[in-house]
Design a protein around this ligand. Structure first.
Ligand code: DC
Length: 241
């Protein structure tokens, strides 16, 4: 394990899912808005809108897992071999930066923006994301994003594992047919049901709804309506938002 540096968040990096989420708890030096949900539930679009509206930093944690999967493929590491994936993750030269209010995970100083969106990488990513040592590394690294400011962090386990004490937790959902339609409209052929199954069934940090998360089913909502609901809830809080 090679943490980038000491976590700034008040919860120790070793703390796991067993930490009870405390609603209203402040995350040390910054505010965290966790947006979790399944594939094509609108996390990325809404997280970006909310971050922009509040002047917060956007963090796409899926991109981080994709980056490791891409790097495994590039280095010829078998993504089915959990030990080999964990070994690579403990050694790679990965650093964080923040550009235009968005955090990026760089490998050897480069951000593989386009490379991580290929079909091969999409298929390899759930395998890499199921490795417990990878999830531990990602959790520690994602907590370090607070060095850049208050966060809107999207993923699958942000409200349950990465920031169980996040001030705001949202879980976005939509019907399977609506999510499949969205992916198709993006020109992406994806078996959403299979992806859901893998995300929900994996032993390490499976996709779950945090008990204190606000669930928004946006099957019938536009992203403007979904993000407005999130922003309304966040702005109800007196400070520091
Ligand atoms: O959100 P996305 O489609 O870019 O995510 C890519 C993969 O990473 C997906 O299989 C779920 C996984 N993932 C995860 O396990 N935990 C996260 N916090 C974010 C993504």
């Amino acid at each position: 394990m090679k943490p980038l540096h000491e976590p700034l968040f008040g919860v120790p990096a070793s703390a796991g899912a067993t930490l009870p989420p405390k609603s209203g708890e402040r995350a040390g030096r910054g505010v965290v808005i966790a947006i979790d949900g399944a594939s094509a539930s609108g996390k990325s679009t809404n997280a970006r809108i909310v971050a922009r509206a509040l002047g917060f930093i956007h963090v796409d944690t899926g991109a981080m897992y994709r980056t490791l999967a891409w790097y495994c493929l590039k280095k010829g590491v078998d993504v089915h071999d959990a030990k080999a994936v964990a070994a690579l993750c403990s050694q790679w030269n990965a650093t964080l930066d923040c550009v235009d209010n968005a955090v990026r995970l760089l490998v050897d100083g480069c951000y593989p923006a386009r490379e991580i969106r290929t079909v091969q990488v999409s298929e390899a990513t759930p395998l890499v994301a199921a490795v417990p040592k990878v999830r531990q590394w990602m959790k520690e690294t994602q907590r370090q994003c607070l060095q850049f400011g208050s966060l809107v962090m999207e993923g699958r386990d942000i409200g349950t594992h990465v920031f169980p004490g996040a001030q705001f937790k949202f879980y976005l959902d939509a019907s399977l047919s609506e999510r499949a339609k969205r992916r198709a409209a993006e020109g992406i052929r994806e078996n959403i049901a299979a992806r859901d199954e893998r995300d929900i069934r994996r032993a390490a940090a499976p996709l779950q709804i945090a008990p204190d998360a606000i669930v928004i089913n946006n099957s019938q909502l536009t992203s403007a309506q979904t993000s407005a609901q999130i922003l309304a809830r966040v702005r109800k809080e007196p400070a520091p938002v």
